[in-house]
Design a binder for this molecule. Structure first.
Ligand code: CDP
Ligand code: MG
Length: 710
């Protein structure tokens, strides 16, 4: 008994000491955060910024990356009382990762748990509550919210951040917010009029209840040129925040190098051997290039004398698993220098401390979409002036730096001012369906900041009609179209889910669509292609990749269920086992977990829609027929020479394509459906599954019946 008490007492003491310790360390951490906040360039202009927001309904704020715009401005507005009556300050970001990390940071700065005063919402994940007042979200998510609340009446202020990136969602959002702002200020004026007219009447009271306050709109950008946004918003005022940027010396080559990878290697070694301590950041165009240069640098270091070998090479690109991405933030050991080989992810999305030297070959890989051929190409193109400035600026974050451009100085003047907006180089089907659902009937006449080409509109409208989302008069008046617009997915995926309920394979299609919705499940280092294939043989379906993805998902589910046992609870330990399993199979565990989350939400969505969830079991024919019935715009036929050819209305738009080497499909089936057509070194169709050509006339007569009759 006595022993027991003593034991308990000592546990209490231990606990108290532990909690005192954590309290004091969290106090120290908070003090550090507060000091950091106060040191940001934006801190000195808080009062002025708040006044400007009070004065103007639309304001443009321009400031160098790192000046504190994203993290601080929402807090300033909250503290200034903009969140009265339970209203929110909403901040949109172009990327999911950025949204989550910035919300976490701000919650920490405010000393609250994430999801309380500060929260975030991204597609398939909502970490907010009724007490949330500062809400970070992706631009795409706010567009979806407008479907349910067209006046965005919960928001007092909406901040559209990183507008210089010009993502397709940002562009559409700007047009939409302009309309919402007009409608809300009109409704205020009308209501005031109404109040005057019927002050004593019940109607007046009702109207007062519904009255909306005007919407404050803030557009934030890291690029210096705010003119285009100011013009778009009728000459809105732009405020510039002076950043804390140290001078960067610029160096150029006399001639453009023949091979910029070789030139990059020379530049890195020269800096390493001749310049003062400080890390190097080099901008390349993709994983393959990064891996080649990594090998070149490592091989060259082997030739150097021992004391010159102290250079650590760290890659970062978006398909690299996140744990490995984090390595760029680990400081090099004393006496060592770090060289980071990055894609344009390090231009604005990720800020890496300690960079003193930037090497810029001047190229970037960009996506372009050809609506006629339905072909997405990844093309290496010269960067824009805005990107060149952004890149060189990375060298001057912590002190004076140097930027080595691997092109002649006069080439700079020839560069475009800024990158081509995404809306001009992507498939518009998804956006058109959303605009239609928002009640924008004349999508071509919608006030885009820059209008996409007529051909992109035509082709996407055609696709939506073929999928049954729009009527022949371009109206969203049929139930299928409305159901499709409700799902947060590309129209083809939505169609596949809706149809699969009829084909008795919604279980399988939910998995396939969830897996296709994440960036990339497998992480395949180029030199390990064979090994990846061998360990993943057990999942491979000879009939195609959609089924392979279903197999991977089910196997991972078994792992999770096996370890979470009867309670169904999954602890960090279960996820540790899950991560180990993923690593063994070259799977990016975060992507796969994301696919699991997407699956749960989509399952809820289809349940709410009343769709029948059934599994086709071993009858995989049903699943493949359903794929044919929904992916019929993405079909390729084998030619006598063994190469595939896509099917298009106009033979001029048909393309010779190859099944991607990572595909599990076996033999060379006569006819396949595919998820995407991407041009890299060749034109590849990715995620393919074999179908029977004859099914098409039966399952997609709207597209193939005519062809059959001919
Ligand atoms: O939006 P802007 O680029 O102007 O700056 P910010 O994102 O508000 O970041 C201001 C500072 O907060 C950065 O320089 C970082 O030092 C810090 N920060 C951070 O440590 N972690 C984050 N997730 C975001 C910001
Ligand atoms: Mg920012």
């Amino acid at each position: 008994m006595a022993q027991g008490r003593q034991f308990n007492n000592s546990t209490k003491t231990l606990k108290r000491n532990f909690s005192e310790h954590t309290q004091s360390s969290s106090y120290a951490k908070r003090q550090k955060l507060l000091k950091h906040k106060a040191s940001l360039p934006i801190a000195s202009v808080e009062k002025r910024l708040v006044e400007e927001v009070q004065k103007h309904d639309t304001l443009i704020i321009v400031g160098e990356t790192g000046s504190g715009k994203t993290t601080q401005l929402p807090q300033f507005l909250y503290n200034a009382g903009f969140c009265g009556n339970g209203k929110l300050v909403g901040i949109t970001q172009p990327r999911r990762v950025g949204t989550v990390s910035v919300a976490k940071r701000v919650a920490e700065e405010c000393g609250v748990a994430l999801g309380e005063k500060v929260g975030y919402s991204i597609r398939f994940e909502d970490v907010t509550s009724t007490s949330t007042r500062i809400k970070y979200m992706t631009d795409g998510l706010l567009l979806r919210e407008a479907l349910l609340d067209p006046y965005l009446s919960r928001y007092a202020v909406i901040i559209v951040d990183e507008v210089h990136e010009r993502t397709v969602h940002t562009d559409v959002l700007l047009g939409l917010l302009k309309n919402v702002q007009n409608a809300r200020s009109k409704s205020v004026n009308n209501d005031q009029q109404l109040e005057k007219e019927s002050a004593d009447q019940c109607l007046g009271f009702l109207k007062r209840c519904q009255r909306r306050s005007p919407l404050k709109l803030i557009i934030m950008s890291a690029s210096l040129d705010a003119r285009i946004f100011s013009q778009y918003f009728g000459g809105a005022k732009a405020v510039h925040i002076q950043g804390r940027q140290f001078p960067v010396d610029m160096f150029y080559t006399y001639h453009p190098p023949q091979y910029y990878l070789d030139a990059s290697l020379t530049a890195i070694l020269q800096i390493h051997l001749e310049e003062d301590p400080g890390d190097i950041l080099i901008f390349l165009t993709g994983q393959e290039e990064i891996e080649s240069l990594e090998k070149l640098v490592k091989d060259s270091l082997k030739q150097l004398p021992e004391n010159n070998k102290k250079l650590i090479v760290v890659p970062i690109f978006s398909s690299l698993p996140s744990e490995r991405q984090m390595r760029v933030f680990v400081p090099a050991p004393p006496g060592f220098r770090k060289v980071i080989l990055a894609t344009n992810i390090a231009e604005t999305s990720v800020t890496i401390p300690g960079i003193k030297y930037v090497v810029d070959p001047g190229f970037v890989k960009a996506r372009f979409y050809d609506p006629n051929k339905r072909l997405e190409s990844l093309i290496v193109i010269p960067i824009s002036k805005a990107q060149a400035l952004q890149r060189s600026g990375r060298a001057g974050r912590d002190g004076p730096g140097k930027c080595f451009c691997l092109y002649p100085e006069n080439e700079f003047e020839k560069l475009e001012e800024s990158p081509k907006p995404e809306i001009k180089r992507c498939n518009l089907s998804n956006i058109i369906l959303q605009l239609k659902a928002l009640g924008v009937d004349d999508v071509v006449g919608f006030g885009f900041i820059e209008k996409p080409s007529r051909q992109s509109f035509v082709k996407s409208l055609e696709e939506l009609i073929l999928l049954g989302a729009l009527t022949d008069e371009f109206k969203l008046s049929n139930p299928v179209g409305r159901q499709m617009a409700c799902l947060p997915l590309d129209p083809i995926y939505s169609k596949a889910l809706i149809l699969s309920s009829e084909f008795n394979c919604l279980e399988e299609m939910l998995i396939a669509v969830s897996m296709l919705s994440v960036k990339s499940i497998f992480f395949t280092p180029s030199e390990k292609l064979e090994e990846v294939r061998t360990v993943n043989k057990c999942f491979e379906s000879p009939e195609g990749d959609h089924l392979t993805l279903v197999n991977v998902y089910r196997a991972s589910n078994e792992i999770l269920e096996k370890w979470s046992g009867d309670s169904g609870l999954r602890t960090e330990n279960h996820y540790k086992i899950f991560r180990k399993w993923c690593k063994k199979h070259f799977i990016d565990s975060r992507s796969l977990r994301h696919a699991h989350d997407i699956h749960s939400q989509l399952r809820r969505n289809v349940e709410q829609m009343g769709l029948r969830i059934a599994s086709c079991g071993d009858d995989l024919l049903q699943f493949r027929r359903c794929l044919a019935a929904s992916f019929f715009c993405n079909v390729a036929l084998k030619q006598p020479d063994g190469i595939y050819r896509t099917l298009a209305n106009d033979p001029m738009n048909e393309l010779a394509v190859h099944i991607h080497p990572s595909s599990s499909i076996q033999g060379k089936p006569e006819c396949v459906v595919f998820d995407e057509l991407v041009e890299t070194s060749k034109k590849y169709i990715r995620h393919t599954t074999m179908i029977d050509y004859l099914w098409l006339a039966e399952l997609a007569p709207q597209r193939y019946a005519l062809e059959n009759q001919v």
